[in-house]
Write a protein that binds this ligand. Structure first.
Ligand SMILES: CC(C)(COP(=O)(O)OP(=O)(O)OC[C@H]1O[C@@H](n2cnc3c(N)ncnc32)[C@H](O)[C@@H]1OP(=O)(O)O)[C@@H](O)C(=O)NCCC(=O)NCCS
Length: 343
């Protein structure tokens, strides 16, 4: 399998913004809500705390904060944006798209946009979708946001899921690259037969909201954790490997592995299968838990904070999520643009 022949300019990430709510939900807090322990959560998931919104805070609020930080960092106004793509499974409402709400909040007067529902792979689906518009030459500034308020759809009576998730948002700006830096290639997959293992049953057209759906707690995420775990470990490694191979690249040539943060044991298993040393892997799950569409931009931010993303670095991004969905992206880090950038 060879990568597609490229006839256009690459899209590169020129800015990054993040937002996580200040409010913390620690393992000790969860011990008071469900029958669990700090020790169980840390050893089985690697999570120590999560950031959660004040109840009633919509996802668009987090998106707007992350987007504004990305715009400020880049030193441009929102009116320069051509397109806004929001990856989320916790939209403010079913209609309109959260991208519309964000467009209005940040006053991106020229932009159009839409939402992508790819769960934990949503950000990588959105990133590669946004890149197509840049590579086609029709759009020059695309805002890609991954954001979720998982605390709105997590059942705090279900100890097997409520310990895993947190809230957060990350935003990047994509622009044409003047050189060969930027998104090199991507390989995504979908396996809809996995839907039953991780889903929120009600609220859509299959089970519209009713007293019954509320009574049966169908508006919360349900999952078969062990099955999802095994699928994720296998797919992280398998699809990443295929992407590297078709680009004639080996894990030794990759400088940084930025993966979805769902469970520390999944990250470590993927690391071992791909043969990366721990020094090449970004981890921040202890601080944020699984923020679904926000984990990868938040992890890119952590890598920048730690001085681990340098211009010219080859970076592998990977995610597995509900659907099932699998996303992998290979990119040559270009460094950010604008005021006071070091990354
Ligand atoms: C959820 C997850 C942490 C559970 O870990 P696990 O090692 O698979 O544990 P199991 O589901 O087999 O459960 C083992 C036991 O722990 C219990 N348990 C589950 N959650 C618990 C909690 N928070 N505290 C204490 N015990 C818990 C279970 O009830 C079960 O008890 P039992 O053996 O008496 O039935 C793990 O499966 C996982 O991370 N899965 C992937 C989740 C994920 O990534 N989702 C998002 C995809 S993007």
């Amino acid at each position: 399998m060879t990568p597609p022949v490229r006839t256009t300019r690459r899209a590169r990430i020129t800015s990054l913004g993040r937002y996580v709510p200040e409010r913390l939900l620690t393992n000790a807090d969860l011990e008071k809500i469900v029958e669990t322990s700090d020790e169980w959560i840390r050893t089985r998931t690697g999570i120590e705390r999560r950031h959660v919104v004040e109840p009633g805070t919509p996802t668009s609020e987090l998106c707007a904060k992350a987007a504004r930080e990305a715009l400020d960092r880049r030193g441009i106004g929102a009116e320069e944006l051509d397109l806004i793509i929001v990856a989320t499974v916790t939209p403010d409402m079913v209609v309109p798209a959260t991208a519309c709400v964000v467009q209005d909040k940040i006053q991106a007067t020229r932009a159009w946009g839409f939402d992508i529902s790819g769960a934990c792979s949503g950000f990588l689906y959105a990133l590669t979708t946004g890149a197509q518009f840049v590579e086609a030459g029709t759009h020059s500034k695309v805002m890609v946001i991954g954001a979720d308020v998982m605390s709105a759809i997590v059942d705090y009576q279900d100890r097997a899921t409520c310990v895993l998730f947190g809230d957060g948002a990350g935003a990047v700006i994509l622009e044409p690259s003047p050189d060969d830096s930027g998104l090199v290639d991507f390989l995504h997959e979908m396996d809809g037969s996995g839907a039953r293992y991780l889903h929120m049953p009600a609220g859509g057209s299959a089970h519209p909201a009713s007293h019954e759906t509320v009574d049966k707690r169908m508006h919360f995420v349900r999952q078969e954790g062990a099955h999802v775990f095994k699928y994720a470990v296998r797919k992280f490694a398998e699809v990443s490997q295929r992407l590297l191979e078709r680009n004639g690249t080996s894990p030794e040539q990759v400088d940084l592995f930025v993966t979805h943060q769902a469970n520390l044991r999944i990250i470590d298993a993927a690391r071992d299968r791909l043969g990366f040393p721990d020094s090449k892997v970004v981890k921040n799950i202890h601080e944020y838990g699984n923020t679904t569409a926000a984990t990868i931009p938040l992890a890119l931010g952590t890598a920048l904070d730690q001085g681990r993303l340098r211009r010219g670095d080859l970076v592998l991004l990977a995610s597995v999520g509900a659907g099932f969905t699998v996303g992998t992206v290979l990119l040559r880090w270009s460094g950010l643009e604008g005021k006071g950038q070091h990354g």
